[in-house]
Design a protein around this ligand. Structure first.
Ligand code: HEC
Length: 130
């Protein structure tokens, strides 16, 4: 008999455990529904670090540096789509077509643009201008 109770008790703690794990998810992933965004950001970050970093981290040849508010301000006005188009077409002479990543899909390039835009947004938030 007590075995049944024990099993029931075990079942309950398991449910409670799973429930707690769910409650923790937003804490781990930084908010509701952001786990998908997180995955996209990872692709963006990976693409950025592999292909865009070399010019954009240090602002080589006039490239807007990652998170540099002043450099990005006039570009943000163009909007995300136009910025992505600049990446796909390149901006002669200094910004190469597809940021030198010919094997990148448009989605990967878009994710890397989002990664850069998020970095500016984070800076703006820190500077209190957002
Ligand atoms: C060889 C250096 C170089 C690499 C590699 C590079 N960029 Fe750039 N990028 C530049 C330069 C230089 C500019 C500024 C061009 C201008 O405004 O004349 C620029 C501008 C941009 C802009 C702003 C476009 C606009 O319309 O204002 C975006 C967005 C961008 N790059 C994204 C990327 C992404 C994403 C990658 C990687 C996939 C990448 N870049 C790789 C040099 C580079």
């Amino acid at each position: 008999m007590s075995g049944v109770f024990h099993r029931a008790g075990y079942g309950l703690t398991r449910v409670e455990f799973v429930r707690r794990a769910y409650l923790l998810m937003p804490l781990l992933f930084g908010g509701c529904g952001e786990s998908i965004e997180q995955a996209e950001t990872d692709v963006g970050e990976e693409t950025y670090l592999r292909y865009c970093f070399s010019c954009h981290q240090g602002g080589v040849a006039g490239a807007p540096s990652l998170g540099d508010l002043q450099a990005w301000a006039p570009r943000l006005d163009k909007g995300r789509e136009a910025l992505l188009q600049s990446v796909i077409d390149g901006i002669p002479p200094a910004m190469p077509i597809r940021g030198l990543c010919n094997s990148c899909s448009d989605e990967e390039l878009a994710a890397s643009v989002d990664y850069m835009l998020n970095a500016v947004r984070d800076q703006a938030r820190e500077a209190g201008t957002l």
